[in-house]
Design a protein around this ligand. Structure first.
Ligand code: HPA
Ligand SMILES: [Zn+2]
Length: 322
């Protein structure tokens, strides 16, 4: 991990829900889990693609029921992230995944915010929350969630787009994202993880995405790379996630260095730290070991992460100075 402070810009708080916390929350909520024990659950962390991961990710969320559950989960992430050198975190959550299980949006927000409100004081980590729409659910649901977030005056800094990508192009969400932008929210979108470069073009042109989450498939389209370089669009790349979900064959084959050398504004992120072999520290450790990531490259990635964040200019300056 770089000695310089780091901003994590692509992590799903539900993806920080690990096996031990799953069992602890199931017990607290008196729920029966469909696993015989910890080892049985842990044996299922083997994924063939994005969808096979999403199946387990959504199933495990069943244990998140109360505001306290969401607060505990968020604190657990913040504590680990701080220990790994993260000083600013922009955190996704999936409102629809909880509303559809009967957990009120206000409960989810209260829990996550209970932890985030104290984060800078408690962990030295400033933060922002981004509501992500599930792109494989009806567009109308995303519209309703956005309206509800606005009605509740949810303290979110932006909206994103996640879940199963192929077959669910950004075009579908043009109007929802236009509304979010009109409300002054930041806009990001997962694109070019499993989906084609065309989805990245759409995220930029139709959604007004300020950052692209993943974006690794941009390399298949030189004109797109040029556009991303020219407009200095940050890409929140998640190396261990890409290996676990078979977006790349191995870390040795990861195009991170190619992306840096192309002049792309790349950052490194954990995506779902409880599912993909670890937090941001683990991502950097493996990149060092298996890709020969240099100190200069680490420092560049750290600086990129802070510059690409939605932190206030004052906070950015403070992080870049320290
Ligand atoms: O990597 C991801 N891609 C899409 N949706 C997700 N939801 C959690 N992680 C991911
Ligand atoms: Zn993601």
């Amino acid at each position: 991990m770089a000695a310089t402070p780091y901003a994590e810009l692509h992590m799903h708080i539900e993806g920080a829900l690990g096996p031990e916390l799953i069992f602890a929350l199931a017990e607290r909520n008196r729920m029966h889990l469909p696993y015989s024990g910890l080892a049985d659950l842990e044996a299922r962390y083997e994924f063939a693609d994005l969808q096979s991961f999403l199946d387990l990710y959504f199933a495990n969320m069943a244990v998140l029921r109360t505001a306290e559950d969401f607060a505990d989960l968020t604190r657990d992430y913040l504590q680990r992230a701080a220990a790994a050198g993260v000083r600013h975190a922009e955190i996704f959550f999936d409102p629809q995944a909880h509303i559809s299980r009967g957990v009120p949006l206000q409960v989810v927000l209260d829990g996550i915010f209970d932890a985030l409100a104290a984060s800078e004081r408690e962990f030295g980590v400033s933060s922002g929350l981004i509501a992500a729409f599930l792109r494989d659910e009806p567009v109308h649901d995303a519209e309703e969630v956005l309206a509800e977030l606005l009605r509740l005056r949810a303290p979110i800094i932006g909206v994103g787009l996640d879940s199963a990508e192929v077959g669910y192009p950004p075009t579908l969400f043009e109007d929802v994202f236009a509304r979010a932008r009109a409300e002054g929210l930041h806009v990001v979108a997962h694109a070019g993880e499993e989906g084609p470069p065309e989805y990245i073009w759409q995220a930029l042109d139709l959604l007004g995405a300020e950052r692209i989450d993943h974006g690794v498939r941009c390399l298949e389209d030189p004109a797109l790379v040029q556009r991303l370089v020219d407009e200095e669009i940050p890409l929140t790349v998640c190396p261990l996630s890409n290996v676990c979900l078979r977006v790349v064959d191995s870390l040795e084959d990861h195009p991170l260095r190619t992306m840096l050398q192309a002049g792309l504004r790349v950052t490194v992120n954990s995506d779902d730290p409880a599912y993909f072999g670890g937090d941001i520290g683990a991502n950097f450790a493996q990149l060092r070991d298996r890709l020969g990531l240099t100190e200069d490259e680490e420092n560049l990635l750290a600086r990129n992460s802070i510059e690409a964040s939605f932190a206030s200019p004052g906070r950015k300056a403070e992080l870049l100075r320290s």
